[in-house]
Design a protein around this ligand. Structure first.
Ligand SMILES: Nc1ncnc2c1ncn2[C@@H]1O[C@H](COP(=O)(O)OP(=O)(O)OP(=O)(O)O)[C@@H](O)[C@H]1O
Length: 225
């Protein structure tokens, strides 16, 4: 089943075309890494896909995509727990959400702590976001997206602020929460080892689009020259 089918799509900011004449089909179950040097358009493409999925939601019960941007909009004066819980606000009635603000529900705390454990944020669960580092805040945004348990996850640089060991753990975690993942990454090694398809952007175009099993690190060097 195709989730996204872009035919000759160009994406612009005002008059400036960032990605031109894209032809991309993305299927359910794929684990895709978007690669390319800074400014090549990875975030632009991810945001476009998320907006497309949001626009399509009138035809579906709900948006099937969770979105973890590079700079998540977090409520700084609330705890990590409450920011993650916000991923599911729409699932519950208002009275329950208000009650949870004062007295968190045990089942939600258990679920969220399990997720925070993988993201190495468990000890921060009830700390306010404004006391966290940039990397911890980014992972809080990622936890909020994962907590939605949507079948598709679009994540922009989800592991840019962690060490390589933790990056591998986090990518595995993303794969266990969502059937389809599309990640903007800077690390070609991680992309080759944890994703099954690589889409490489350069000069406003798709320069590479292949199964990662058919690519080596040397094949990806062209994206950064
Ligand atoms: N809101 C915006 N308005 C105008 N131009 C933008 C906007 N956002 C991004 N751009 C431009 O679009 C191009 C692609 O940016 P984008 O953020 O998608 O790249 P990227 O590959 O995600 O970069 P990075 O790896 O640094 O995050 C860049 O030239 C950037 O300056």
């Amino acid at each position: 089943m195709s989730l996204f089918d872009l035919q000759d799509v160009s994406i612009s900011y005002d008059e400036t075309v960032v990605l031109a004449n894209l032809n991309l089909t993305i299927h359910a179950g794929e684990r895709i890494a978007l690669l390319g040097k800074s400014g090549s358009g990875k975030s632009t493409l991810l945001r476009y896909l998320y907006e497309l999925s949001s626009a399509q939601k009138t035809h579906k019960p709900s948006n099937q995509c969770a979105w973890a941007p590079q700079a998540p909009a977090l409520s700084q004066s609330l705890s990590v727990y409450h920011n993650v819980y916000m991923g599911r606000l729409n699932e519950y009635p208002t009275w329950r959400n208000l009650w949870n603000l004062i007295r968190p529900f045990e089942n939600n705390v258990t679920e969220i702590k399990k997720l925070l454990d993988v993201l190495r944020l468990k000890d921060e669960c009830f700390n306010k976001v404004n006391a966290l580092s940039g990397g911890q805040q980014q992972r809080t945004g990622l936890a909020r997206a994962l907590y939605q348990e949507k079948p598709v996850l679009l994540a922009d640089e989800p592991v840019s602020a962690v060490d390589e060991y933790q990056a591998e753990e986090i990518i595995k975690c993303l794969q266990s929460y969502s059937q389809t993942i599309i990640l903007g990454l800077h690390d070609s090694y991680l992309a080759l080892n944890h994703c099954d398809r690589i889409i490489g952007l350069k000069d406003g175009k798709v320069l590479v689009d292949s199964p990662s099993s058919q690519l080596t690190m040397a094949d990806l060097a062209c994206l950064y020259q």
